[in-house]
Design a protein around this ligand. Structure first.
Ligand code: ADP
Length: 313
């Protein structure tokens, strides 16, 4: 008997808890733990067993039930190669769970940090291991292109993300990057958010002036955030405006300042960032135009991509 009582048939696939077998913890967000699990479908044994990421929800009150239902229904509508696939939800026992495609290389921010030029400054996790392979300029551009493809799709679905950042993107097999988090509030990266009033946490470092000043979030504000994601990629996961307080960032951004060009970034890539950071929302590039440019820059015929490869490697 399902514990999540709805007055209609759920608009998402319902997965039975008995199909999931937890293997280990992957991380934790505001809404709860994320586990790596195996999934074997009871209805479709032919499909075999595969790995999934299971989000276990901490809150199971009345209001969260509605949010859960809304989010699961929405996630079901999103299918794209650069959006982490939602497989379904488990509501036959508490805590409720959401089942997602497993992205074996974790979140993009961490992924970049441990491969950046300042990686030696970070604490080593899990004892001695070989330093991860450095990322070429072409790989960085391909990662940016993957995100722009996912964002172009979201914009075409009239979906405004509001919280695009490398911490919300995940890296899978063959370094494919997918947009993986659609919730607004997070705490594992709490310093990336600015608390305004009571509970609202805002990712001000990723926000354009109109979102900072009027809380206006649109596809154009997502384009601005994409520019900041490009900056994060070329900075190997540094925090945008590091060294400045959130209040100072608000002043800088509303005063028309933009982030400086990260070291060894090709001028074409910085130009793309500047196109995303036009003060007037209607002067910014569209996600489609940004994506087209990134596809061009990743193409083997563009001399620039190879020209700069050695600078970063
Ligand atoms: P929340 O949305 O509740 O804040 P997150 O989505 O941030 O939770 O997940 C927390 C962490 O779990 C991420 O930083 C990432 O390391 C890991 N994680 C989340 N989803 C996946 C996934 N699909 N595949 C692999 N790891 C994941």
């Amino acid at each position: 008997m399902p514990l999540l009582v709805l007055d209609r048939k759920p608009e998402y696939k319902v997965i039975s808890s008995s199909c999931l077998h937890s293997l280990k913890d992957l991380g934790e967000g505001v809404f709860g733990k994320v586990h790596l699990s195996t999934y074997s479908s009871s209805q479709d044994p032919e499909a075999g067993k595969f790995l999934v990421a299971v989000k276990i929800l901490k809150f199971c009150g009345e209001e969260s039930a509605k949010d859960f239902d809304r989010e699961a229904s929405l996630l079901t509508q999103l299918t794209h190669k650069n959006i982490v696939q939602f497989h379904g939800a488990c509501v036959d026992e508490k805590p409720w769970k959401m089942v997602f495609e497993y992205m074996e290389n974790g979140d993009l921010n961490q992924f970049l940090r441990v491969r950046g030029p300042d990686a030696h400054l970070l604490e080593a996790h899990g004892g001695p291991m070989d330093p991860p392979q450095k990322l070429s300029l072409l790989i960085l551009l391909q990662m940016a292109r993957d995100i722009s493809q996912g964002m172009e799709y979201l914009a075409s679905m009239h979906y405004v993300h509001r919280d695009l950042a490398t911490r919300n993107c995940l890296v899978g097999k063959n370094l494919v990057v997918k947009i993986g988090d659609f919730g607004m509030s997070r705490d594992i990266y709490s310093s990336d958010y600015y608390r305004v009033g009571g509970h609202t946490l805002l990712p001000v470092r990723w926000m354009p002036p109109e979102s900072v000043m009027y809380r206006k979030f649109t596809s154009e504000s997502d384009v601005w955030s994409f520019g900041v994601v490009l900056w994060e990629i070329f900075s190997f996961g540094k925090q945008p405006w590091y060294g400045y307080s959130n209040q100072e960032v608000i002043q800088l951004v509303t005063g028309g300042q933009v982030l400086p060009c990260p070291l060894a970034t090709p001028p074409d890539a910085y130009q793309l960032m500047l196109n995303c950071w036009q003060t007037q929302p209607n002067q910014r590039s569209t996600m489609k135009a940004v994506n087209e440019r990134l596809v061009e820059l990743c193409s083997p015929c563009v001399k620039n991509s190879t020209l700069y490869l050695n600078v970063i490697e």
